[in-house]
Design a protein around this ligand. Structure first.
Ligand code: ZN
Length: 356
């Protein structure tokens, strides 16, 4: 079952997000069977109350490629009926133009959100600030995003998203929910914090509750571009580390202990046999999103933070990515970097966690 139809119950404290793709591939970032192009996934925050999924939509690549403003609801819904009945002369689509797409997205946002809406382009991202921000607050948010992106591209992610992504940054809940109502016919939004809608390549954020969701969500399009086959635990584990970003200097980013810690401690206390480093490597993507999703997020996050604390997270990530064809679980990559198997390091991980 596609996630577009199966919104996942969310963990109450923070937005989790998920990435997906517009192009079919062998395995999507959540590890499920590749969705059909007509069934883009919309991911809800594990904390939010269940809400109806966004309707399945046709890929927007054509509209974006020719610079049409990327309407979030009214894009063409696939080929017209007649096209299936009559011979069609193949038309070579115009090559994708990133600069044009960025401009179109900026224009679209200004048109939808009105005068006073500010937009800033950061690499492949258009940051949209609707009216209501103070200049200082907005500067803080944009700087955080800028610093995080610089670090993400410094020895971490090698490939950048090829297509533009819009980041709608609302200063508080009211305009955030009003936008969801206007754009997605959803009120309130599916998450109180924010979400990423891969089909439109749009992040919609309520910055009023903090910016941790933003630095989490920013990771997903990067994983999508850089390691499309990454298992969900790795994708969400890395993203979750940056919910509590620590940027000690330009080009560097780590994560601090955060609200997921007590969830993990409690899960380990209740079910020590199933909540350990080695279980993560054998958990399917479906299981990750299952009944124990909150616990799995917490475990994945702290395993990634543990590796990052030893300066080994990114060697592992790069080894896993580059050897994926022969090492779907990342066990070879893990051993190459850590010199031991996950089972051999279960106790060491637990010791580190308990002392955190
Ligand atoms: Zn996420």
């Amino acid at each position: 079952m596609s996630l577009a139809r199966r919104l996942i119950p969310l963990v109450l404290t923070l937005a989790a997000c998920r990435a997906s793709q517009e192009i079919p591939r062998s395995q999507d970032v959540s590890g499920r069977e590749p969705p059909s192009p007509a069934e883009p996934e919309t991911f809800a925050d594990p904390a939010a109350p269940a809400a109806p999924a966004a309707p399945a939509q046709a890929p927007r690549a054509a509209a974006m490629a020719n610079g049409t403003a990327p309407s979030l609801q009214n894009a063409p819904q696939g080929l017209p009926q007649a096209a299936a009945l009559q011979p069609v002369t193949p038309v070579t689509p115009a090559p994708y133009d990133l600069a044009q797409d960025l401009r179109a997205r900026s224009d679209y946002a200004k048109q939808k959100l009105g005068r006073g809406t500010l937009t800033t382009v950061l690499d492949s991202y258009v940051v949209v600030a609707p009216p209501g921000w103070t200049q200082a607050e907005l500067q803080t948010s944009v700087s955080l995003m800028q610093n995080a992106m610089t670090a993400f591209y410094t020895g971490r992610f090698d490939k950048k998203p090829e297509r533009a992504i819009t980041v709608y940054l609302f200063p508080r809940a009211q305009p955030y929910n009003a936008f969801c109502k206007a754009e997605f016919n959803e009120n309130p939004c599916m998450s109180i914090y924010g979400f990423y809608q891969p089909s439109n390549r749009a992040m919609v954020m309520n910055a009023g509750l903090g910016l941790g969701t933003l630095t989490h969500e920013l990771v997903h399009p990067l994983v999508e571009a850089d390691f499309n086959d990454a298992p969900t635990w790795l994708n969400e584990g890395i993203a979750s580390v940056f919910e509590a970003p620590v940027i000690p200097r330009k080009g560097e980013i780590h994560g601090a202990k955060n609200w997921r810690y007590p969830i993990l401690r409690e899960a380990m206390r209740r079910d020590p046999g199933h909540v350990k480093l080695s279980t993560l490597f054998h958990i399917s993507d479906e299981e990750f999103r299952g009944d124990n999703e909150g616990r799995n997020y917490a475990l994945a996050r702290y395993v990634c933070q543990w590796m990052d604390s030893q300066n080994k997270l990114w060697s592992f990530y790069h080894g896993f990515r580059d050897g994926y064809a022969d090492d779907h679980k990342g066990l070879v990559a893990f051993h190459n970097v850590m010199q031991k198997t996950p089972e051999e390091l279960d106790a060491a991980f637990e010791r580190w966690l308990l002392a955190l």
